[in-house]
Ligand binder design. Structure first.
Ligand code: HEC
Length: 147
């Protein structure tokens, strides 16, 4: 019995430390934002491929998520966070922060255009979203390393 209590206490201590760690861990935070981007793109592609009936409000929300995420994303690259975790961020980010931020700004602008285009119907959304998809790829090619 004593052993069990000690074990539970130890487990709790570990998970509490884990929570604190995640809160000030920029690598985890930026990857979580990108996972959200992935989900937003999945929603958009569902409409575009005809797998889900088109919903203008949901399409606009997904684009707003991308614009919001990319605004925060670029603030999560402090000096030294190119290592020390399971990151695929390229060292090029720290040698060319201006270029990296410019691409993020372009993505925010294009996602906002797509957000507004959603109300115009699927065809108008599709065209605007293609540009956003291109932005994801362009940044990954330049500022992400393959593992
Ligand atoms: C301005 C640059 C930039 C743009 C634009 C961008 N990404 Fe990323 N993305 C990155 C970087 C850098 C990483 C690697 C982050 C890390 O591992 O620290 C990444 C990682 C990811 C990951 C992996 C996250 C994980 O779990 O490790 C996904 C998924 C992703 N991006 C999706 C997207 C999608 C979808 C878009 C477009 C809507 C997008 N990204 C736009 C730079 C960008």
């Amino acid at each position: 019995m004593r052993l069990t209590i000690a074990f539970v206490a130890a487990a709790l201590a570990v998970s509490a430390a884990g929570i604190v760690h995640a809160a000030d861990d920029p690598i985890t935070a930026r990857q979580a934002l990108m996972k959200k981007n992935g989900a937003a793109v999945k929603t958009a592609l569902g409409f575009i491929k005809g797998e889900t009936p088109y919903d203008a409000a949901k399409a606009a929300d997904a684009m707003k998520d991308i614009a919001d995420d990319l605004t925060t994303f670029v603030t999560l690259f402090p000096e030294g966070s190119d290592k020390g975790g399971d990151t695929t961020a390229s060292p090029a980010i720290w040698t060319d922060m201006a270029g990296f931020k410019a691409l993020a700004d372009k993505t925010v602008a294009d996602a906002t255009l797509a957000q507004n285009a959603a109300a115009g119907g699927l065809d108008s959304f599709k065209t605007a979203f293609a540009t956003v998809g291109g932005d994801c790829q362009a940044c990954h090619q330049k500022y992400r390393v393959k593992k």
